[in-house]
Design a binder for this molecule. Sequence first.
Ligand SMILES: [Zn+2]
Length: 392
Amino acid sequence: MTQTSVRAAAMPRLSEREMAVTRHLLIHGPATRGHLGDHLQLSMASMSRVARALLDGGIAAEDLEPEPGIGRPRSILSAVPSARHVVGCKLTGDTVYGVLCDMMGNVTSTAQRALPAPGRDGTVPVDDTVEVIARVATTLAAGAPAVHGLGVSVGGVVLDRSVVREGTFLGWHDVALAPPLSEHTGLPVVVTNDVTALAREQLWFGAGRTHSTFGLITVGAGLGFGLVREGVVVEELIDNGHLLAHAPLNVQGPRCSIGHPGCVAAYLNRDDLERRASAAAGRRVTFDDLVAAREAGDAAAADLLDAAARALGHLVATFAGALQTPRIVLAGEDINALASSAAMDEVIADRLRPGAEEAQRCVLDITTEPLGFTDWARGAAVTGIQHVLGAA
Ligand SMILES: [Zn+2]
């Protein structure tokens, strides 16, 4: 491997109290010392110490605002976006998509590079992948005074924020990715599941601003699930989302790739949908072809997409019920074409419909974010920011 140089800047991680204040400033914006102390239950003396440490460390800045009628000006703290820069990379089966982000999660530049082709055994070579990621990081680092960390996300199962146990689109099993990347770049590295990374991004800069518990469903190349409970991101799912993806909907329905009749995946998973559409048409039909055919008035395409949207509606309702939150974020490349169908809303309304003696107890708050690869990479970068700052 060639050595790649990133201007790496080692920074001490924040203490628990410093982290709490920083997190509040990042999520909710500038605040007075008094508000922060009240909200985070810190004494004035503790709050002073924390503020001093954050000001000295360049993480926060202070503005003094005169208070009318009282002599003493109010101190307002705000986070300094440029205090940290982190590179985030999302790996697909064939490409590394990278972004450079500041501490507020603002993307300041992007880069991408092709991954090497899979070998004869179907796995993408690990050493070459490490090199490609390092090159993307080097390219992006040129746009910042210093880079403090690297976050990498992949589809599949990741252990200990380091080891890719199953790399779904890379053919990887038990690949220790963080150590060689860290050695190669000199940066602290965190590796994570790609949907978990989006959940982390949403926790600080999206749904988490108003809800401490929320769920995230991604629909694209596979179904993905992320969840946050009481402000804590669930890092490793017990089943990689299998139980929700294969929940039964219709025992007489079409079979999914592993043989369940009428499960969620049978209707909603892109591969299953394309397989059925192709079999019916007698030629290869992609998801995008189906969407285009629906636009052109093709009833069969509309039926397949409506069935997928209904499956999504059931999935949303079941996930919200199990998590006990009204807040569900839908994301991924295929989400717009499905969430825009009235069929999803109809199913959710029906699932919420109260019985004769009941009142309707909740309304779900569902947002749709059709994400591109840059947004996925931003999730990896935000995970990296949380890692270098010392967030749990
Ligand atoms: Zn199934």
